[in-house]
Design a protein around this ligand. Structure first.
Ligand code: ATP
Ligand code: MG
Ligand code: MG
Length: 406
């Protein structure tokens, strides 16, 4: 009996003992997309209760959440009402009503990460200003207010020039590239003009894109996942390779930059730091996501603690788990909509059928009711004994190889 090991002085008082699982708190998540869904899956294992706020009745997290409030996470009254029903508030998307989060924090509501972090991250220009003030290496950038300003920036930074929306960007939907001065106005038009707020970035001549996922606990403990390589297609994350095939020095540099970036932000949770590796071995920061991230999907099957469980542990003040890999290699492939409607569903179905026959492949389907081109519909993670093995298995799954690899 363990009681005999304690003197009565060291035993916790009865009212301090929680005998009902790891946490009784309801975690409120703003957003109920695939990240929210995978948070719910991780929560289920520990019987942690997750409430989600999402406008879509049948959003990916809806059927798995303890409670789904149907409403807009960008509407102040709705967010306030939702917050009253939760003990800790977190996000799976950064495009939420941050002014309300700030008010809620003043009223004592527990937001993790802090509203200040969401405010910095949700405006990419503000984010760039913040990180440059903290000495973090980034591509040069400047805001633009009119075509003259864009031309001036083009003269200074050269072409191709990356033009970005300051806000509401995801999956590259706020990005446009001007290959020359002649293309500036069409690129700006494609982003909806100057009204929504634009800025430009110098083209980063990267040889690889890397990502570092870091968890910070409420006690400021940190846990860092292995550096991964992300491969984008048309600005959308397509493939993630874990671990990244780069030198030890590059891994160290990438991790150091990511640590510095995360240390400049407040609050607990997962932070994903997207990085560019240049030919001359420099690491530049692209952006930070203050939440679980596409580059960390693989952790569900490849790491001792998934990024989703880790996020819950972090925001609830539980001990952080070990982020190290339990397999030598993992590859993650995003199932993107290849066609609209039924034909798109059919193609995705075929792909998943092939994946289901592969040993070491794990299929995730987000159950989105609408199929659209380039929409993230699911993902496949393959784990194995080396990167070449998992790459071959992925090629086979994608039907690019004629024979099933050994
Ligand atoms: P997400 O949030 O889904 O990661 P996003 O819409 O916020 O994407 P970014 O991360 O800014 O978009 O950019 C998407 C991709 O575009 C990058 O991963 C990279 O491939 C490319 N990219 C972004 N900025 C630059 C740059 N300055 N130079 C070259 N390529 C860039
Ligand atoms: Mg982004
Ligand atoms: Mg990005």
């Amino acid at each position: 009996c363990s009681a005999s090991l304690h003197s009565t002085e060291t035993l916790p008082r009865k009212d301090e003992i929680s005998v009902h699982g790891v946490s009784e708190k309801i975690v409120g998540v703003l957003g109920g997309g695939q990240l929210g869904r995978m948070l719910c899956q991780a929560a289920s294992k520990l019987s942690i209760k997750i409430a989600i706020l999402d406008p879509l009745v049948n959003c990916p997290a809806s059927s798995l959440a303890y409670y789904h409030m149907v409403g807009d996470f960008d509407d102040s009254n709705t967010v306030q009402e939702f917050a009253m029903r939760c003990e800790v508030l977190t996000v799976e998307i950064e495009h939420v009503d941050v002014a309300t989060l700030e008010i809620l924090e003043e009223q004592g509501i527990d937001c993790q990460p802090r509203a200040s972090t969401i405010r910095i991250i949700q405006d990419k220009y503000l984010q760039k200003v913040h990180f440059s003030q903290h000495g973090i290496p980034l591509p040069e950038f400047t805001q633009i207010e009119d075509l003259e300003g864009a031309k001036k920036a083009g003269d200074i930074f050269g072409y191709p020039l990356m033009i970005k929306s300051k806000r509401f960007a995801y999956d590259g939907r706020g990005n446009a590239v001007a290959k020359s001065v002649e293309e500036l106005s069409s690129a700006i038009f494609a982003l909806g003009g100057f009204e929504r707020g634009l800025y430009v970035e110098k083209w980063a001549p990267f040889v690889k894109e890397l990502s570092v996922v870091i968890a910070r606990g409420r006690d400021n403990s940190m846990a860092c996942y292995p550096v991964v390589q992300t491969i984008h297609k048309e600005n959308i994350c397509h493939i993630v390779k874990a671990p990244a095939s780069v030198s030890w020095e590059i891994k160290k540099l990438a991790t150091d930059v990511a640590f510095k970036a995360v240390s400049s932000l407040e609050g607990a949770g997962i932070f994903a730091v997207e990085l560019f590796l240049t030919e001359d071995g420099q690491i530049l920061l692209n952006e930070v996501a203050p939440r679980p991230h596409n580059s960390g999907h693989h952790t569900i099957e490849s790491c001792k603690t998934s990024q989703y469980e880790q996020h819950l542990r972090a925001v609830l003040g539980l001990p952080l788990g070990d982020p190290s890999m339990i397999t030598p290699a993992a590859i993650m492939y995003n199932i993107l909509g290849e066609d609209e409607g039924e034909p798109g569903f059919y193609l995705a179905h075929q792909l998943m059928q092939r994946a289901l026959s592969i040993s070491g492949a794990f299929v995730h389907w987000y159950n989105k009711s609408e199929m659209r081109k380039q929409r993230k519909m699911g993902h496949i993670t393959i784990v194995g004994r080396s990167m070449s093995v998992v790459e071959n298995l992925l090629s086979f799954t994608l039907d690019e190889a004629s024979e099933k690899p050994a």
